[in-house]
Design a protein around this ligand. Structure first.
Ligand code: HEM
Length: 412
């Protein structure tokens, strides 16, 4: 029998299939110390539903300001500094901000990301989904990640942020540059290329912001520029750029991951497809069950602000904590037979895939809508969906659950 100490959490193979490890961790050490990448801070991994939830809700002891942890190497590098000096300062607005600053940004952005704004995107999403299916349906097969799951969220967000079709490759390049910086594994040349991309992104959106100020349109970026709440000033350019950057990063990869993971689950559980076709009301639950099973954002950081104790474990101020959404979402205490994919699961929506508390995902409503419309039209137009011989492959990643490719076949 394997022991917890036999596992290395950072082993790429474990990251691809961590569930056996999580089961043991939940039984024996739902909060456990891992080897830390930093000599000055201990690192803890949290896998139980209740502890993850407790940490997310306690923003005083568990801070989201982990931006210094993820910051690039610009502080020690003159050339990088020179490049960044040509843009706007990068500030903490949502994901990496704590109260009270977080409150102001979130209130303003909530105004823009309203349910009426998301509902207005319905027809656009339907149209993009149909066009993407049109592009591959005649071949009775496709590589689902690149032909569907990547372009859908990119096109939706691009349209809402006022990026014309011709600029889509640039848009994707910037999004990848932000994610590459978060990954911390760049060579100096790559750091420099990313810095140029960040500054190019800022200038591009500065121009879009200015044009929306002069000529408002019916889109998200206009809503952001105009957002106002009582007693608060409007968002300035650096703040707007930081928020747009987060929408870009948080809104593309995650939805891609969710769409692809759901398709893979359907091909592996084909007996559940007729249930969905017979009762379209089940589609809503399908979306929740996919989010629970695959948790596109698999984990997230918190920094301990004051000495504290969790389940008899001492956590010193400055320690790093990684909460695992993908573990919590299969915790047997919360989800019976959590390893089983079940489109009829009663409490599927209790998952923590969008987080909890003040940082609860800003784009949850949009992500759910994109997934719902996508599965509805895919199941309507593609019959007998199955995994193709080339199969699928996951990419090991500490924070994200990512499918590199997924080949499917179907009848028209
Ligand atoms: C299936 C898709 C998605 C998943 C699984 C997901 C997951 C999450 C999670 C777990 C958090 C909380 C992080 C924390 O507590 O530190 C979060 C926050 C956030 N998400 Fe999402 N997300 C998704 C889609 C989107 C989309 C489509 C957008 C925007 C268009 C978006 C924008 C954001 C932003 C801006 C935050 C920070 C909110 C804050 O700190 O107040 N996300 N997301």
């Amino acid at each position: 029998m394997k022991h917890l100490s036999d596992y290395n959490f950072f082993d790429p193979e474990l990251l691809i299939c961590p569930y056996e490890f999580y089961k043991l961790a939940q039984e024996q050490a739902p909060i456990m110390e891992l080897p830390s990448p930093r000599s000055d801070a201990k690192l803890f991994l949290v896998t139980s539903y209740d502890l993850v939830s407790e940490i997310l809700k306690d923003t005083k002891v568990f801070s989201s300001n982990f931006s210094t942890l993820l910051a690039g190497k610009e502080e020690q590098d003159d050339e990088l500094q020179k490049i960044y000096a040509q843009g706007w300062p990068q500030i903490n607005t949502l994901l990496t901000a704590d109260p009270p600053e977080h409150e102001r940004f979130r209130a303003l952005v909530n105004k823009a990301f309203s349910s009426s704004r998301v509902n207005k995107m319905h027809d656009l999403i339907e149209q993009i989904v149909d066009e993407l299916i049109d592009d591959f349906i005649a071949q009775s097969k496709c590589e689902f990640v690149s032909e569907f799951a990547v372009p859908l969220p990119v096109k939706v967000i691009a349209q809402q942020l006022g990026v014309p079709q011709a600029d889509l490759p640039k848009f994707k390049q910037w999004s990848d540059a932000f994610i590459a910086r978060l990954g911390q594994l760049l060579s100096r040349e790559q750091e420099i290329e990313c810095a140029k991309d960040v500054v190019a992104f800022q200038h591009y959106f500065h121009d879009v912001i200015e044009s929306r100020k002069k000529q408002p349109q019916d889109d998200l970026i206009t809503d952001l520029v105009q957002a106002k709440v009582a007693g608060e000033r409007e968002l300035d350019t650096a703040e707007l750029l930081s928020i747009i950057q987060q929408i870009l990063v948080a809104g593309n990869e995650t939805v891609t991951s969710a769409l692809a993971a759901g398709m893979l689950l359907l091909t592996k559980n084909q007996q559940q497809i007729p249930l969905l076709q017979a009762d379209p009301c089940l589609l809503e639950n399908l979306v929740e069950e996919v989010l629970r099973m695959e948790s596109p954002t698999a984990g997230m950081w918190r920094v301990v602000t004051q000495d504290t104790k969790l389940q008899d474990i001492d956590l010193k101020a400055g320690s790093l904590v990684m909460v695992r959404f993908d573990a919590a979402n299969r915790d047997p205490i919360k989800f019976q037979q959590g390893q089983r994919f079940d489109v009829g699961r009663q409490n599927a929506s209790n998952h923590l895939s969008f987080g909890q508390g003040i940082h609860f995902c800003l784009g949850a409503m949009l992500a759910r809508k994109e997934m719902h419309i996508a599965y509805q039209l895919l199941l309507l137009r593609l019959k007998n969906i199955r995994l193709a011989q080339q199969g699928y492959q996951y990419l090991p990643n500490v924070l994200m659950r990512t499918l590199k490719y997924l080949y499917i076949e179907f009848d028209k």
